[in-house]
Design a protein. Structure first.
Length: 413
């Protein structure tokens, strides 16, 4: 896979054995790192974590700043990296504001897609093949709506069965995550106050003139990959240090200033699923990550919680820490377990619901074709057989680069 990671990447630090340059996806160091990055890294050092300037290099272990997918201080999304530069091609049409509702089949051959868009219900025909890239939560939903999935479930919703594929929607994996949050008096952090409006205005001015300043932040500016037990071969938890108070994914706002730190388990054993709520493509699917159903995950999170607390309690944070917001009082292992059960959540890395493989539960083969069907591939995070031990965006783009080569090779045949 390394050649495809390198192919996708334009790392502003330059190419090396692990990184590419000249690829569409721009990877950069933050242009205006927040002063709290240094505080976090010093705290990590005090807690005994080694320093690491490149998690995506020879070794993952240690604490360091995150590189970001940005170009000129702006998010370099997969749309701006890949679709923008290809917009003028005569063989590309982009239809926005449209929802694919079903893959169309003739027998077991995919022949097109039905969608509802600005012009109402429409069908498009595929000259060669159909590629689903609706992500780990919605590619399985789209397959199920199209009659590809566990036969009994499809029949229950009155969906004609094209193929009984029991694995569609199974094997959902994500990183269970817990967030520590602290109140602080420092105005270097993001927060809500009367004076924040003035800071934002200044930040906006700097961003519009120089593409620098606070507004170029990715919020999770630094982090760590750590072993909760020194005898482990590889890190088992990841930390994301955030320069604001994070509560309920940023939906619950708090007056004042603060900082947070996520800790997630990198190789969870618990497995969930995505199912249909109804046969209506506009209904969201039912998603159950089944977090902490395997007792080993709760114990892994417990060790990760203690390690992270050690970092956040380090002297480097003493001048800035006013109070801990969510975990006060949880000291014994049982108290920590109970707070983990109450507050652990996901960190946006769902994968695995159209898993690649060759066993009966696998959905796609090694060329990402839906097994048993013709001219239909799935290309997104859903095909990962197991969750990667890190963030999932670059690996998904790597999968797409590999898929492009597979598709071109089969078109040549
Ligand atoms: C809040 C958040 C923060 C994240 N932060 C990071 C991070 O810092 N680093 C990192 O590496 N990863 C991060 N991730 C994860 C990363 O974004 C995903 O792993 C990656 O985007 C997965 O790519 P995908 O192509 O599988 O799915 P997606 O990126 O979800 O793409 C699927 C697309 O299909 C569209 N779609 C779905 N159903 C239909 C339909 N029926 N018709 C038409 N279109 C449809 C969706 O609108 C979407 O645009 C984050 C995710 C979230 C949600």
């Amino acid at each position: 896979m390394l050649p495809y990671f390198r192919k996708s990447e334009n790392n502003e630090r330059g190419a090396d054995e692990y990184h590419g340059s000249g690829g569409p996806l721009n990877v950069a160091d933050l242009r205006s790192p927040n002063p709290f990055v240094k505080v976090f890294l010093e705290a990590a050092r005090q807690a005994g974590l080694p320093a690491n300037g490149d998690f995506n290099g020879a070794s993952q272990e240690g604490a360091g700043p995150y590189q970001v997918t940005q170009k000129n201080g702006e998010r370099c999304s997969s749309a701006s990296a890949y679709i923008g530069p290809a917009r003028s091609r005569s063989n590309l049409a982009v239809i926005t504001g449209a929802r694919a509702t079903r893959v169309l089949f003739e027998g077991t051959r995919a022949i097109g897609v039905a969608y509802r868009g600005p012009g109402g219900d429409t069908e498009v025909r595929a000259a060669k093949e159909v590629v689903l890239s609706a992500g780990a939560l919605q590619s399985p939903q789209l397959l199920l709506l199209s009659g590809v999935g566990p036969g009994p479930m499809l029949q229950r919703f009155g969906i004609p069965v094209v193929q009984d594929t029991p694995g569609v929607g199974r094997n959902l994996q994500d990183h269970p995550d817990f967030v520590f949050a602290y109140r602080s008096q420092s105005r270097d952090l993001f927060g809500i106050s009367v004076s924040a409006a003035w800071y934002m205005l200044k930040a906006w001015w700097e961003y519009s003139r120089r593409r620098r300043g606070m507004l170029t932040t990715n919020f999770a500016e630094a982090g760590a990959f750590a072993k909760t037990d020194p005898s482990l071969e590889l890190p088992d938890v990841q930390l994301h240090f955030v320069i604001a108070i994070m509560d309920d994914h940023g939906r619950r706002l708090h007056w004042g200033y603060g900082y947070s730190c996520h800790v997630c388990l990198l190789r969870p054993k618990s497995v969930g699923h995505v199912r249909l709520k109804s046969a209506d493509p506009f209904d969201a699917p039912l998603i159950d990550p089944n977090f902490l159903s395997d007792p080993a995950d709760l114990e892994g999170m417990l060790r990760g919680f203690k390690l992270t607390r050690r970092v956040m309690d380090s002297p480097a944070f003493d001048p800035y820490r006013l109070s801990e917001m969510f975990t006060t009082g949880a000291r014994s292992d049982d108290e920590i377990r109970s707070i983990l059960r109450a507050r652990a959540d996901n960190v946006y890395h769902p994968v695995g619901t159209c898993r690649m493989g060759s066993d009966p539960i696998a959905v796609v083969d090694a060329e990402l074709r839906v097994r048993g069907l013709e001219r239909l591939r799935v290309v997104d995070a859903s095909i990962m057989p197991t969750l990667v031990a890190g963030n999932t965006n670059a690996p998904t783009i790597m999968i797409a680069e590999k898929a492009a080569d597979l598709i071109k090779a089969s078109a040549r045949l």
